[in-house]
Design a protein around this ligand. Structure first.
Ligand code: SAT
Ligand code: MN
Length: 600
């Protein structure tokens, strides 16, 4: 009989011949293996031990200062046909891309250990889950993959099972092959390449999260979005949260926001006190990625393919997210944060004083923030006080509502509901947000980021919108679609909405809409909360601010719809006609007299 795991072993042999490592280590995912990796990295300086009294099991990793974020301009999606990649991605012909990056991999692991990291995205027994193997020469990547995925023996066993055809012969396997090397961290010699047709990822020259933890954005979004399209499901950049109501229902919500716009905070929100007293509870399923597919009952059922959080540290505080702070008090890898005098991790927003900055220099405000704005923590989701056992459910959780949102300082109201599914797809497609430090480049520039997938959708956005529209079919019981904007600012430049725990007030309105208990107010852009439909007791907010948050500025929206129309044109000729019609429908409705305005 052919040897075990044919496709995998021959690929590992091939990669070893190319990269020429000193050793090969097959990861089993055990505690002992993790402990040994940590020891090794402490010796090499890849990790620095943090204060073990205050932060047991916590370590700091400092990146190369030129390697601290995703590099979208060096990220390629290599479909055989350029058109399939779309205006939303960079493209290179697969042959050219392989040749270019293989030349960099040639001999790059000499003298180093090559780790073979089998992993499963999603609960190992879930039919919605998918496996991959990452080969890397970075022990930091291995340690992070162990936290972020189901890594090791169980994943390998599933890969073996799936590689066996029912007649006992071996297939080529269905796992995603990811090859990664930190290389020499030269930004000029850095590529993140995706080959969806070959279920292959190659990443060279970066050790940073989204570029190097290949299970995350590379597999679970760019490759998986292609698989999802051909198999009839969705791979999305969404958190998943459960909300227990006082009347005994649990509603699951999936919400898409661009990187560093508060997905982690929302997914582990702490209800305002009065809500807690009434019995509201939040459960965390995931904070970044959601895979969902229609179940037999017509609803969308979702899993979080990840097992951990790779969260943004700055802004995480006892005000904004006490649950996250509690989660990361132990067994956490910190990346690019600052240090206090007694060796505790520190970032802007925390009490205490930084003494050493993220680059290891004595802290000097003249050098900028003490912690890098995109500094991160990696931690097992199970450590979160609000973590839900349902995150392990093989069938996933049923989704009641899909929420889109971004950083929009003006125009976009606090919340509105799409009129129906195709309008919801338009709302998602039209999403815009100010850019953040999660990717290299200017920060605070408004860009369209459809479904928060601009950097992550692994095929043409026009085809992607058509795929979204295709879920509206006989027998479907689709979630309601909403848009939120926690980031609306007043004339004084201050946020109008308090955000964080108080966002539950908005979620409660959505749940009431889902359950058919509130009417809302129909406007051309969507359905907004009617007067008194948002519960505001215990909240200190000025009436005029609330009015501003819930007003529809017709003239502003007419301009916005024209801009959305121009943006949709970038997807021609693959823009679905139905989406164009939706945009025209809303634009025309806005052209009508102003009595449809929502005023509260
Ligand atoms: O860098 S990651 O992609 O892992 C995090 C993010 O940008 O969302
Ligand atoms: Mn993300």
């Amino acid at each position: 009989m052919a040897s075990r795991l044919d496709a995998l072993t021959s690929w590992v042999t091939e990669v070893a011949a190319l990269t020429r490592p000193a050793n090969i280590h097959w990861c089993d995912g055990s505690d002992a293996e993790y402990a040994a990796l940590v020891q090794r990295m402490l010796q090499s300086g890849d990790l620095i031990e943090l204060n073990q009294q205050t932060h047991p099991g916590c370590y700091l990793h400092r990146s190369d200062p030129a390697d601290v974020a995703r590099v979208e301009h060096l990220t390629f999606v290599c479909h055989p046909q350029r058109e399939d990649t779309g205006p939303n991605n960079h493209w290179m012909a697969p042959d050219e891309a392989h040749a270019k990056i293989d030349a960099l991999f040639d001999g790059c692991m000499a003298g180093r250990t090559m780790y073979v990291v089998p992993y499963c995205m999603g609960p190992v027994d879930s039919p919605l889950a998918r496996c991959g193997v990452e080969i890397t020469d970075s022990p930091y990547v291995v340690a992070n993959m162990r936290i972020m995925t189901r890594m090791g023996a169980a994943a390998l066993a599933r890969i073996e099972r799936e590689g066996l055809l029912s007649n006992g012969a071996h297939s080529n396997g269905t796992f995603v092959k990811g090859l990664h090397s930190t290389g020499e961290l030269d930004p000029e010699r850095r590529y993140i390449m995706h080959f969806p047709d070959e279920l292959t990822i190659k990443s060279y020259g970066s050790g940073y999260g989204g570029n190097a933890l290949l299970g995350k954005k590379c597999h679970a979004l760019r490759i998986a979005s292609n698989q999802a399209r051909s198999e009839g499901w969705l791979a999305e950049h969404m958190l998943i949260m459960g909300i227990d109501t006082p009347w005994g229902e649990t509603h699951y919500i999936a919400a898409a926001f661009p990187s560093a716009c508060g997905k982690t905070n929302l997914s582990m929100l702490i209800p305002p006190e009065s809500y807690q007293r009434d019995g509201w509870k939040v459960r965390t399923i995931g904070d970044d990625i959601c895979w969902m597919r229609p179940g037999q009952d017509g609803r969308l059922w979702a899993i979080n393919p990840e097992a951990g959080f790779f969260g943004v540290a700055p802004g995480t505080s006892s005000n904004s997210n006490p649950n996250a702070l509690q989660t990361i008090a132990r067994d956490t890898i910190y990346t690019n944060v600052a240090l206090t005098a007694d060796n505790q991790p520190w970032w802007e927003g925390l009490p205490g004083t930084p003494v050493i900055d993220w680059q290891g220099r004595p802290y000097d405000p003249a050098n900028g923030p003490a912690a890098h704005p995109n500094s991160r923590f990696t931690v097992s989701a199970r450590q979160c006080p609000t973590w839900s056992q349902e995150a392990e459910a093989a069938q996933g959780v049923p989704i009641s509502a899909i929420v889109f949102g971004g950083r929009r300082p003006s125009l976009v109201p606090l919340v509105f509901e799409a009129h129906h599914w195709s309008h919801g797809v338009l709302v998602g497609a039209a999403m815009g947000s100010e850019t953040t430090a999660a990717a290299t480049g200017a920060v605070g520039v408004m860009r369209r980021d459809s479904m928060a997938m601009k950097p992550f959708c692994g095929y043409h956005y026009g085809d992607y919108f058509a795929h979204w529209l295709s879920f509206d079919r006989a027998g479907a019981r689709l979630p309601k679609v909403f848009h939120v904007n926690w980031f609306r600012k007043g004339r004084d430049g201050k946020f109008l909405w308090p955000g964080f725990g108080d966002n539950l007030r908005v979620l409660e309105w959505m749940i009431a809409r889902v359950e058919g208990r509130l009417d809302g107010v129909r406007t051309p852009i969507g359905i907004l909360p009617g007067p008194a439909e948002l519960k505001l007791d215990g909240l200190d907010i000025e009436r005029r601010h609330l009015d501003e948050l819930l007003a529809v500025d017709h003239t502003g929206w007419q301009t916005e719809l024209a801009a959305i129309g121009e943006y949709l044109d970038t997807c021609l000729p693959r823009l679905p006609e139905r989406l164009r019609k939706e945009q025209q429908r809303v634009a025309e409705a806005l052209g009508q007299p102003r009595q449809a305005d929502a005023t509260t």
